[in-house]
Design a protein around this ligand. Sequence first.
Ligand code: C2O
Length: 514
Amino acid sequence: AVVRRYTFNVARVSLAPDGVTSPMIVVNGAFPGPTIEANWGDIIEVTVNNQIQGPEAGTSIHWHGLLQHDTPFMDGVPSVTQCPIAPGKSFVYRFKADRPGTSWWHGHFAAQTAGGLHGAIVIHGPPQNGAQYDVDIGPVLLSDRYHIDYRTLIQGYLSVPLQLIPSDSNLINGKGTFNCSTTSLPCKPDAGYSKFMFQSGKRHLLRLINSGAEGLQHFTIDNHEFLVVELDFVSIIPFKTNKITLSPGQRANIVVQGTGKPSDAVWMRTDIDPVCATATNPKTRAIILYETADHGAIPNTTATPYTAVGCTTYELSQTTPVYAIAPPPKPATHIDLDITVGVNDTGHTQWYMNGSPFRADINQALLARAAVGDTAFERPEWNVYNFGSNSSVRMLMRNYHISPHPMHLHGHDFWVLAEGHGEWDGSVVNPSNPIRRDTHQVLPMVDDKPGYAVIEWEQDNPGIWAFHCHIFSHSSLGFYINILERQADIQDTLIPNAVTNSCTSWNEYAMKNE
Ligand code: C2O
């Protein structure tokens, strides 16, 4: 196979994506980071050099949505699939581009993603049924932006009482503008918007990615409808809409018909839902220019009105995969997982899954222990769930909190069988072909009824896989479990030294609870 090689130098920088100069942590000095591009089946090799200074910190990179079949140690979860990459050290990730479509890579150490450590992944594949287009516009990253260092965010999460700091602005492909009179930081007004080129009469593929830390994004294009053709990595039977909503971690490929005139300039918009995220400036825009529009044209189009209800995305019945895979009529095993939040004896806020928050073991990656048959790490504080050699797992999540939670499972797609409020009646939406994704929002509690989501996956991928809320303040505060999958089949002979060596010499760099 062809090997696609990248070098990622991770370092702290000061950048001003929205005009406000503030601290970030990025790859190769730029934000957003480089787009990884490959063809389906290629090998991707990324050398990550930890050049973080002032102060030093560990790091690691996760390749969201890629399955890492036979390479669970390349999944990039510090303390779980590898030791954190120590300052001055490097780690070479090598894994297969195992599915075509749109995704993203991001830091998995502390809240480094929120500090800017992320970028797109585009894996080209055969044209997917129903997804005809003429022009690939490429990634469109939607991300909330904080003007403070990610470590300050973490300090807020860890303080008593909890301090949640709202995002300062919202960006499309790393650009946006900010009202300089509202900050004391160095600020350049009208920092500018991202621009995209459209052609009248042509069909444009946009690869939308919510790479933000918290905000649910409502995306629209003035005067344009579009077809949604892929969700996460799954090709779906296209549905038409004028607004798509993505939670952090989710992606959508959309095809936009160029219905404008050749001279048109049009706003693209994304709004963070103010009900389910704290955002000081939730709205941002980008510019779409048709082929003969003046390069400096500023659109004067008006926003598409939409209604957003209770932080929800879209109906499960709208989302049918092109290629049907039916879940087994009965799962091999089943678990109920209750999501709650509370304050512990020291006054710290914590998120609990079945009563327990996750804490990392910074001394050795759990995968290294699992690979040699160790089970001693299956203690409650490490939140490891071992489903043995069962062929499939069904999980009923119940959310006793007033916000929705974008739940992401590593190493898998899962089927989403049902969702709602209160008691699940056992019925499955679209039982012969339910939507499969890697990130799905469990609904919020409404009128004292927990929101629920029923998901199921096949245990076809031996390893240890993170399952967590993709809102960074939540995962940082324990909203996280590990799924130990078919321990007997994890091949310890494959596990590289960088994973099996004790992490002790590295942990002086690991900030507590990061
Ligand atoms: Cu995209 Cu564990 O994360």
